[in-house]
Design a protein around this ligand. Structure first.
Ligand code: ATP
Length: 255
């Protein structure tokens, strides 16, 4: 049996006297969307911080069965574990296309020697990256009319898609998405749902934090419900909807 793409085991995080996470475990496989839901302050974002070693934590994290608990955050993206944050973070002075191209060039790495001694090779690499950036943007439904504009000037729904596209870049295996639908309306949410299903179809493992219950219930294969730092329930969307404890702790307030 293949190991899950990402597995977190007994993650615990404390901020002073606050226990933000207590012994939280979940896993997500390739071709699966795992929803992480729960009330404000339940520990959802802290879960992603802990999974990516951005916060002091106890517990273990496995990537395709390999223990990556001790790996620093910056070593995770090259291994295919990527995260898109709650707040959009772009280079505001660069165009949408330059943001995407820059992300691809950065993920490939470039040596000073090569830049100085073989500038024609670098120029060819840059052209190839730009071409690939156009393909990725279009794959994420970010049409050419937006490519030469600063990210702050494009519609908010497209900005959220750009956040996911930048996290995806090239070679993502696991995408951790923190409220990608925050601030989006009906049509944009539909567009996002289509994209998430496409990425799942492609074989990615997707961990989705969301307060938009319609979106989570429509796309997630399994859902982990967090409450006060602990796992309250794990199950399929229909099971989550009908669990009295979940309705009581969370869904009663958002449905
Ligand atoms: N860096 C920090 N320092 C101190 N407390 C923190 C820190 N980060 C998070 N917390 C606290 O930990 C708890 C869990 O926060 P977290 O952001 O993980 O919740 P969440 O479920 O993502 O909430 P939301 O849905 O509002 O984003 C909250 O009480 C929060 O105030």
């Amino acid at each position: 049996m293949t190991a899950p793409a990402l597995r977190v085991e007994s993650l615990s995080v404390s901020f002073g006297s606050l226990h933000a996470l207590r012994e939280v475990s979940w896993e997500c496989s390739g071709g699966e969307i795992l929803g992480l839901i729960g009330p404000n302050g339940a520990g959802k974002s802290t879960c992603l911080e802990a999974a990516t070693n951005m916060v002091n934590r106890r517990g273990r994290v496995f990537l395709n069965g390999a223990d990556i608990t001790a790996l620093p955050t910056w070593e995770l993206a090259p291994r295919g574990l990527r995260r898109a944050f709650q707040q959009n973070a772009f280079f505001g002075e660069l165009s949408v296309l330059e943001n995407m191209t820059g992300m691809l060039i950065r993920s490939q790495g470039t040596s000073l020697f090569s830049s100085i001694c073989t500038p024609w090779v670098e120029a060819a690499r840059r052209r190839a990256s730009e071409q690939r950036a156009v393909e990725i943007l279009e794959r994420f439904s970010i049409s050419r009319q937006y490519h030469d504009i600063h990210p702050g000037k494009i519609p908010y729904g497209v900005q959220r898609l750009l956040s996911v596209a930048l996290a995806y870049a090239d070679g993502a295996q696991i995408l951790l998405l923190d409220e990608p639908a925050a601030g989006l309306g009906g049509e944009d949410i539909e567009q996002l749902a289509i994209l998430l299903r496409d990425l799942r179809q492609e074989g990615l493992a997707l961990v989705l934090i969301e307060h938009h219950m319609d979106l989570v219930m429509a796309v997630a294969d399994r859902i982990v419900v967090l409450n006060q730092g602990s796992v309250l329930f794990t199950g399929r969307p229909d099971e989550v909807r009908s669990d009295a404890r979940v309705v009581d702790a969370y869904l009663g307030g958002v449905q």
